[in-house]
Design a protein around this ligand. Sequence first.
Ligand SMILES: NC(=O)c1ccc[n+]([C@@H]2O[C@H](COP(=O)([O-])OP(=O)(O)OC[C@H]3O[C@@H](n4cnc5c(N)ncnc54)[C@H](OP(=O)(O)O)[C@@H]3O)[C@@H](O)[C@H]2O)c1
Length: 323
Amino acid sequence: MNYRALVIREDRGIFTCKEEELHLEDLDKNEVLVRIKYSALNFKDALSMSGNRGVTKSYPHTPGIDGSGIVERSSNPRLSINQEVVITGFDMGMNTYGAMSEYVSVPSEWVVPLPDGMDLAHAATLGTAGITAAIGLDKMEKYGLQKGAHILITGASGAVGSIAVALFGANGYKVTALSSKPQAVSLLKELGAYEVIDNFDTDNPKPLLKPRFDGAFDVVGGKLLASILKQVSPEGCVACCGLVAGTELSTTVLPFILNGVGLLGINSATYPASKRAHLWNILQTLPKEKIAPLVHLHPLKEVPQLAKTMLEGKSLGRALIEI
Ligand SMILES: NC(=O)c1ccc[n+]([C@@H]2O[C@H](COP(=O)([O-])OP(=O)(O)OC[C@H]3O[C@@H](n4cnc5c(N)ncnc54)[C@H](OP(=O)(O)O)[C@@H]3O)[C@@H](O)[C@H]2O)c1
């Protein structure tokens, strides 16, 4: 039997990506076969499609780190045929064929039964972006962040940032969204930002500055993250998940040893399966209607162009892909 999937191919260092027909018999024979209904585009997918070996070691490859769909075959009694499920992270879409495809074959540990009251489109929309925001919120609250605290969210118009704005807003935080895009201001306010700012001074050489925020959720990294650490209140914290501005972090230890600021790392891909139900509970505070303004639906064939736009830093909101 044939199925349709997006396939990235490499020819002498040039990477191309388009829809192809593949044979289902050739798909890895893992414990669970899922017929995918929705995927959603993530930065990691865009990196995989550009040939980034830190994400995908060998090609041809099918991207898609997020997928929701229906179990077609399962050798694990926890998952029954026709059950609706969502899969985010682990190795799917990295070195295991991903969900920009009509089918995925994955280990049962990666598969989460669809959370109560959620439909397949909403679960994929939240996907890795939502899980990442939920890990950040959970870790920051465990560090001591109190409801009502003032939080900075960077890269706010992107997939993770826009869902984080909505999630922190829905959970009672005062959110300042940092976005370079004037066209995102009304969307971010609608999602729950109390204010939107379009720049952040990253050039002040002082090791500590007047505190402006109780905490921050950062997708950007680099000089911006270093500057944010200087401006977080004593005993505040910063959750860090991204690298869109680079992987380097140059800081002194003073925010940590004089202000007691915590830098909390997030890795949504390897986050333990046993703790994921809690994250989906946190995400239940974001009903479908709340995040509807940030979602745009696309067919599979538009993914390569969307990925290009994403790598240029021009994405707005969350691209939901109908398979
Ligand atoms: N650790 C994890 O588990 C995890 C999970 C998911 C994603 N991530 C990472 O999080 C980051 C964001 O992912 P995403 O899916 O939200 O990507 P995205 O949709 O492309 O959003 C990134 C946003 O960051 C801002 N931006 C882009 N380039 C920038 C630059 N050079 N300097 C400053 N700001 C810049 C832009 O927002 P504005 O125009 O609004 O400023 C852009 O929309 C990526 O690095 C991704 O790999 C990590």
